[in-house]
Design a protein around this ligand. Structure first.
Ligand code: 0X9
Ligand code: ZN
Length: 432
């Protein structure tokens, strides 16, 4: 029998908690999650049915649209129930902690000093390093004549599997170099950057406090809305911070915060006419309310994590391709994400995307990002505007797949990632 904060088995909790209906008896929602339970149904002393919880999960996009994305709804529901009970996910032990990731990256650098170099792209608000492993033959020399490809993961804290894939890429390229001519060709002829954990602060928090956390962990004390944070708001506007009267809101959605500073690209971050002071939005999945999961931040590139990635991706002219990993949905997404308009080179994106999908054994759907839902400020769109070949891969069918699925998922997506890398190497003179 389980012990801890949650009432076990058939013991009926007192009426102050919501209860989750289980096959045998009831398990109460943790007091920490009472606000979530209130959102599902404000009627206290209520037993939440599976359907009520699932409807809410659909509303907040934790359960994605199964007509578009691959959804393991049993697994996502199971993980969400544990979240409501404030219990750790059993699969957590199978995913690298931030410390384990750091040790493994340092180990690769130590083992392959002429092919791997570990660089901190910057420090987060909580003092964690945003690690990038540069992989290339004679890595300490100038390798900028080789085409560059960046593989990123875990912009979103809860998307654990998306961190494992870039790490898998690093391990395989380096460990297979001596025995696999394909790996050798890639390391010899490209400059590969692996950034497994863009959001270490958020990730750590998902392992200790909240397995469904998405954003970074920066306290938001200024929304960039002049005067409004003190409640001095003009008519027709809302003040996102004061609106709720809650404690200081925390966190920016890092995949809504990209902006390269080029005024021509501003509308990729914020649609025309929209202001930080109001919460109307052209994009359903992007928000100016710092209490929301998809908060875009007070201004473009306000977050150190985004600045770090942009410095790498747009600062090095030889970088030709970027693949940003997320979970979940088994999707290969290409720009644009902020509009349903097609990019001029959509055919190239579809062909290359289909090639990547074909390299895998599991079916991944290739589609334009906005078809999932439109968003602004995404890494993918800003990369495209900077002439990088840019995809988002939504891995797996849940945010944190169980241990038995991790290796097969990594291996499968690795095939797509290597197809992409080989294509970039083959087309290096024709891109950018
Ligand atoms: O919303 C996102 O940032 C991505 N999905 S996730 O569930 N991993 O959060 C999708 C990004 C792709 N871009 C657009 N859909 N516009
Ligand atoms: Zn994501």
């Amino acid at each position: 029998m389980e012990s801890g904060k949650v009432n076990p088995g058939n013991a009926q909790p007192s009426g102050i908690y919501f209860r989750i209906k289980e096959d045998k008896g009831y398990k109460s929602v943790s007091p920490d999650r009472q606000d979530v339970a209130d959102k599902i149904d404000a009627n206290k002393d209520k037993v939440l049915t599976e359907n009520e919880i699932k409807n809410y999960m659909r509303k907040i996009d934790v359960l994605k649209d199964p007509s578009i994305a691959s959804v393991d709804d049993k697994q996502v529901y199971k993980d969400y129930k544990l979240y409501l009970q404030n219990k750790p996910l059993p699969q957590a032990k199978a995913y690298h902690t931030y410390e384990e990731l750091t040790t493994e990256l340092k180990g690769l650098e130590a083992k392959y000093p002429d092919k791997a170099k570990l660089i901190s792209l910057g420090k987060t608000g909580e003092g964690n390093d945003i690690w990038a492993l540069k992989i290339s033959k004679d890595v300490n020399s100038d390798t900028s004549s080789r085409p560059g490809v960046v593989y990123t993961g875990a912009h979103h804290a809860r998307e654990w599997i998306s961190m494992e894939e870039p790490l898998y890429i690093a391990n395989h390229l380096l460990n297979d170099y001596a025995t696999d001519p394909k790996a050798k060709n890639r390391v010899d002829n490209a400059e590969i950057w692996v950034v497994p954990l863009v959001n270490p602060d958020g990730y750590n928090y998902t392992r200790t406090d909240d397995s469904m956390w998405r954003k970074n962990r920066r306290p938001i004390t200024d929304t960039g809305c002049p005067g409004n944070d003190e409640g001095n708001i003009s008519e027709g506007q809302t003040c996102p911070i004061n609106k709720t009267g809650k404690d200081t809101p925390i966190g920016v959605d890092l995949n809504r915060n990209y902006y390269d500073g080029n005024p021509d690209h501003f509308e990729l971050y914020r649609p025309k006419g929209d202001k930080p002071c109001n919460t109307w939005d052209d994009f359903s999945a992007t928000s100016d309310d710092p209490n929301d999961d998809t908060y875009r931040g007070p201004k473009g590139a306000s977050e150190v994590e985004v600045q770090a990635l942009q410095n790498l991706e747009f600062g090095r002219k030889n970088i030709k391709g970027i693949i940003d990993h997320h979970s979940y949905g088994k999707l290969i997404l290409y720009p644009w994400g902020h509009t349903s308009q097609e990019v001029p080179d959509a055919k190239m994106y579809k062909d290359l995307g289909n090639g990547m999908a074909k390299a895998m054994s599991s079916p991944y759907k290739v589609m334009q990002s906005s078809g999932l839902y439109p968003t602004s400020g995404s890494s993918e769109d800003v990369a495209y505007a900077n002439k990088k070949i840019s995809y988002t891969i939504e891995m797996a069918s849940s945010f944190q797949p169980p241990e038995s699925q991790i290796d097969p998922l990594d291996k499968d997506v690795y095939a797509a990632n290597m197809y992409f890398l080989d294509w970039i190497i083959d087309h290096k003179d024709k891109i950018g």
